[in-house]
Design a protein around this ligand. Structure first.
Ligand code: ATP
Length: 300
């Protein structure tokens, strides 16, 4: 094979708790992760000339070794002694710095795509071990689907997919620094923690209403206090009939869960009409984090 093209899906957090801060600054988390049908499109192409090159259509995304896809490709090339070059093209659709793991899912696509392109036959577990050196969410982004995520995010327990529902995802036009949000959480002073065990049980029982009633993101208190627009958008989603609206990750993206398409469509329009949103989509949960959309064979 000469070239592979992959859709790399975004994630949302259906639940997010932070348990403690480690000495090294990392946080122990307990989260419910969910892949959503919103993706970046990446192509990985073999080149005769050694080295990695990257081009992207988004001016905010770096093309050098600071890009997580580049880092993942470089790690794969080193670990599996790949002699040929790799050219990567990255078409961004996932909102950037939004709490949707855009960079992490792109990196995950690089691990999976390069494994397949060069027929390396690496096991998923081996890819996940390499992946965690790039970011705590990258192993989850390799697995995808619905999962309980613990440790710093790398200890994963798969869960069944929640019942089908519609999602309205809205990214307000503000940028939120993940470091700022965690830095201002003061986890030791939290008097209340989300019931992630209860959520896990609700998901295992296929009980969407119960899951929604327990959904909570402990980081909201920090991000919402600084950016009240997040709370405003959540209220509009709720008024439009969302079973639940919440912020994803460290924000600022908010999403609403709907069991009727008409309500979700009306909520999407309402989000657009606020004029606060940079990006709004109506989508659903997805099962796979990577979807291979094209494989091109060598011409010779
Ligand atoms: P998370 O949900 O994991 O916290 P995020 O959605 O908050 O992720 P990203 O979109 O992954 O944040 O990227 C944050 C920053 O990382 C960007 O501002 C960008 O400079 C840099 N970056 C590196 N690689 C990528 C990539 N492949 N796509 C987007 N941003 C990237």
């Amino acid at each position: 094979m000469d070239k592979i093209t992959i859709h790399a899906m975004a994630k949302i957090n259906l639940g997010l708790d932070v348990l403690r801060r480690r000495e090294n600054g990392y946080h122990d988390v307990k989260m419910i992760m969910q892949t959503v049908d919103l993706y970046d499109r990446l192509s990985f192409q073999k080149k005769k000339k050694p080295g990695i090159s990257l081009s992207t259509d988004h001016e905010m995304v770096p093309c050098d070794e600071s890009n997580l896809v580049y880092k993942a490709a470089a790690l794969m090339a080193e670990k599996y002694d790949i002699k040929e070059g790799i050219h990567i093209t990255l078409e961004k659709h996932i909102p950037i710095a939004a709490g949707m793991a855009g960079g992490s899912t792109d990196a995950a696509a690089a691990f999976v795509g390069i494994n397949r392109l060069f027929d390396l036959k690496a096991e998923t577990e081996d890819l996940k071990k390499l992946a965690v050196t790039i970011g705590a969410d990258v192993p989850y982004c390799i697995e995808g689907g619905t999962a309980l995520s613990e440790g710093i995010g790398e200890i994963l327990s798969p869960l069944p997919a929640p019942p089908f529902c519609y999602l309205v995802i809205a990214k307000p036009g503000i940028s939120v620094s993940t470091a700022y949000v965690y830095g201002n959480l003061h986890v030791e002073t939290l008097e209340h923690h989300p019931d992630i065990d209860g959520m896990t049980e609700a998901i295992q029982n296929g009980d969407l209403e119960k899951m929604c009633s327990l959904m909570e993101n402990v980081l909201e208190r920090v991000t919402k206090a600084k950016y009240p627009v997040i709370g405003d958008l959540e209220s509009i989603l709720q008024e439009k009939g969302a079973i639940k609206s919440m912020m994803s990750g460290s924000g600022p993206t908010v999403f609403g869960i709907f069991n009727e398409k008409e309500k979700a469509e009306a909520a999407l329009e309402a989000m657009k009409e606020t004029g606060y949103c940079e990006q709004c989509v109506l989508t659903t949960f997805a099962k796979e984090a990577q979807v291979v959309v094209e494989e091109m064979e060598d011409n010779n």
